[in-house]
Design a protein around this ligand. Structure first.
Ligand SMILES: [Zn+2]
Ligand SMILES: [Zn+2]
Length: 222
């Protein structure tokens, strides 16, 4: 590849040091961390969708406001959850239509779990589009707001500053997060950085923890 790197910057929003440009990974319009995040968000959203449905008092099937004019007393309704479901349907419908139309293929069934699995198979194509940044930001926004409407215990916990060294850019300035799953969850517990490609399953946590402590000590000592 001969393209000049200065021309290709990640188009997504970054939570840490948002004004600092991030070089896009080769051939796409996202930095490596945002490319990894795109996959992670598409894996997380179906579980969040199930959690949000479970948060409704009608044991998981109701996802809209009480029927107007119903003689039953209205069920307690969680407007934040309803808004989130509407946004999720809108965004996944929009993205799947975009991919299907652009690539001349059949879109998936309009069910979030199916749509996310389908979109994950087109993640590299999405990442290569001029608007890859806004696509990633939309999915990140859905994940963030999804956690806000489900059980707070389910939200990722912040571990602290990332200590990874990036090949071209020196120390990563991202934040490390951990999501600990409960029995019955479909996705495993995971630790990740929101800026670089760091992503660890539970078998890697012990070794990473030692490295993290050592590097943090070294940085504090200057
Ligand atoms: Zn990025
Ligand atoms: Zn990092």
């Amino acid at each position: 590849m001969t393209r000049r790197r200065a021309e290709y910057l990640c188009g997504a929003t970054h939570t840490r040091n948002p004004d600092q440009p991030r070089t896009a990974a080769d051939g796409i319009n996202l930095c490596p961390g945002c490319r990894t995040a795109l996959d992670r968000h598409l894996h997380t959203l179906p579980e969040l969708h199930a959690d949000v449905l479970d948060s409704f008092p009608t044991s998981g099937t109701g996802d809209g406001p009480p029927v107007t004019g119903s003689r039953e007393p209205p069920l307690p309704y969680n407007p934040a959850a309803g808004d989130w479901l509407a946004q999720l349907r809108h965004d996944l419908g929009w993205l799947t239509t975009l991919v299907a139309t652009s690539r001349g293929i059949t879109p998936p069934q309009p069910r979030p779990a199916v749509q996310c699995v389908w979109l994950a198979t087109h993640a590299e194509w999405l990442a290569a589009q001029p608007d890859a940044g806004p696509y990633k930001d939309a999915l990140a926004g859905l994940v963030g707001r999804g956690y806000a409407v489900v059980d707070p215990a389910r939200r990722p916990l912040e571990i602290g500053p990332c200590v990874e060294q990036l090949v071209d850019e020196g120390p990563c300035d991202g934040t490390v997060w951990v999501a600990v799953r409960r029995d019955g969850d479909t996705t495993p517990s995971v630790m990740w950085c929101d800026t670089c490609t760091l992503e660890l399953d539970t078998t890697q946590w012990n070794r990473f923890g030692k490295r993290y402590e050592r590097t943090t000590r070294e940085r504090m000592a200057g």
